[in-house]
Design a protein around this ligand. Structure first.
Ligand SMILES: Cc1cc2nc3c(=O)[nH]c(=O)nc-3n(C[C@H](O)[C@H](O)[C@H](O)COP(=O)(O)O)c2cc1C
Length: 367
């Protein structure tokens, strides 16, 4: 089982939903980055559960501690270990789930493959393990922002409620104004209503989250294996509940003609730009300098509070379960932070691999 991602900026995540702690070890972070717990906490707070009625009511403060890799307020080039202790566990809620896999959660495949499976709160298959992604992503984001690269995500769709297109410059500000994290304020109200009504009936809903990246230099990514779009798709599909990834016009491009789909070039000052961005900022596996636009399809939360059919794997018989515990009625709002983090880690890794950022020591950039 691999728990590590990245080639130079390597992030290993550890921990489970009801275990003692969750966290990440980051190896390959250049020395001399100013880093404190608050830099990571800001991002964890955006992912934190229990903050409003659209999220699970498991109330965790998710306070992070940095155990290693920072000396005198700066990274020293050694592995950074950051940890969050689980506080608000309610493991008894999961006793009845032993050997009874929840439909569409990872329980069945984990039990079948590994046998020894921590079924409390989904164990390591829980959305809670994305705390590790957010720790790695917070550090990646901080370095990227020093190079004027911005990564942000917002909710585009909940169920069949779609947000209208919002200006790129306004998305971040507008999506911060509501709990759904949708930049179309009117759609956000409808989405919130839909999520709450499904929650009341013990049901859940999925949606679409869009991640936007601006300021990426030309040439990030590799042309054959290691394409930027390929690595982004992989990183985002590695987040639990993500079932689809589209870049640029995505699946809609199949309906267009070449005349409609081609992104024509033009000169603006000393820059080459494209008049449209159907490619989503990536051509030939490499960034072309335009905003990188990625959308992910999120499935409805699998743990729902209605009677469902499943099996008892010990007695090998059909049974029914009514899932207890505390669950997000819609994963989309919280996944925005996780998606930003996963994408930031890919981008930073390519920045380091391509020599856009000195690999060992950020002081090198002044040499
Ligand atoms: C931030 C986040 C929160 C999640 N919250 C829940 C939850 O409360 N209940 C649940 O059943 N699944 C939740 N999930 C989804 C499961 O982790 C995921 O569906 C499960 O691991 C199965 O993996 P798959 O959907 O990728 O096949 C969450 C996922 C993320 C990323």
């Amino acid at each position: 089982m691999t728990n590590t991602t990245g080639e130079i900026f390597k992030v290993t995540t550890f921990g489970s939903s009801h275990g003692k702690a969750i966290g990440a070890v980051i190896d390959g972070c250049p020395a001399n980055l100013e880093l404190c717990e608050e830099d990571i906490q800001i991002e964890l707070d955006k992912r934190r559960p229990g903050v409003n009625e659209l999220t699970t009511n498991r109330n965790e403060s998710d306070k992070v501690e940095i155990l290693s890799g920072v000396f005198d307020g700066k990274t020293d080039g050694t592995p950074i270990t950051a940890i969050v202790f689980n506080k608000n566990k309610s493991s008894k809620d999961y006793e009845y789930l032993k050997n009874k896999p929840r439909p569409s959660h990872g329980d069945f495949t984990w039990i079948s493959k590994y046998g020894n499976y921590d079924y409390y709160g989904g164990g390591r298959g829980s959305g809670r393990t994305t705390i590790g992604n957010v720790i790695g992503g917070a550090i990646a984001k901080k370095i990227l922002s020093n190079y004027n690269i911005k990564v942000f995500a917002h909710v585009r769709q909940v169920g069949d409620i779609k947000a209208k297109e919002v200006d790129l410059d306004l998305i971040e500000e507008y999506s911060k104004s509501n709990n759904v994290r949708c930049a179309d304020i009117n759609a956000a109200k409808l989405m919130e209503k839909r999520i709450l009504s499904l929650k009341e009936n013990g049901n859940s809903v999925g949606g679409v989250v869009e991640v936007v990246t601006i300021g990426i230099p030309i040439g990030l990514g590799e042309p054959v294996f290691g394409k930027l779009d390929g690595e982004i798709a992989k990183a985002l599909m590695n987040i639990g509940s993500v079932k689809g990834v589209e870049i640029g016009s995505g699946f809609k491009i199949a309906e267009l003609t070449g005349r409609e789909a081609n992104d024509e070039f033009y000169i603006e000052g000393s820059n080459v730009k494209t008049s449209t961005n159907n490619s989503g900022g990536i051509i030939g596996g490499m960034s072309n300098g335009m905003p990188v636009i990625v959308r992910i399809a999120i499935k409805p939360t699998p743990s729902i509070g209605v009677l469902q059919r499943t099996v008892d794997l010990e007695d090998m018989k059909d049974v029914e379960i009514d899932i207890k515990g505390r669950h997000d009625p819609c994963i989309c709002p919280r996944v925005t932070t996780v998606a930003e983090s996963s994408l930031s880690m890919v981008l930073l890794d390519f920045m380091l691999r391509g020599g856009f950022i000195p690999p060992n020591n950020l002081n090198d950039k002044n040499k």
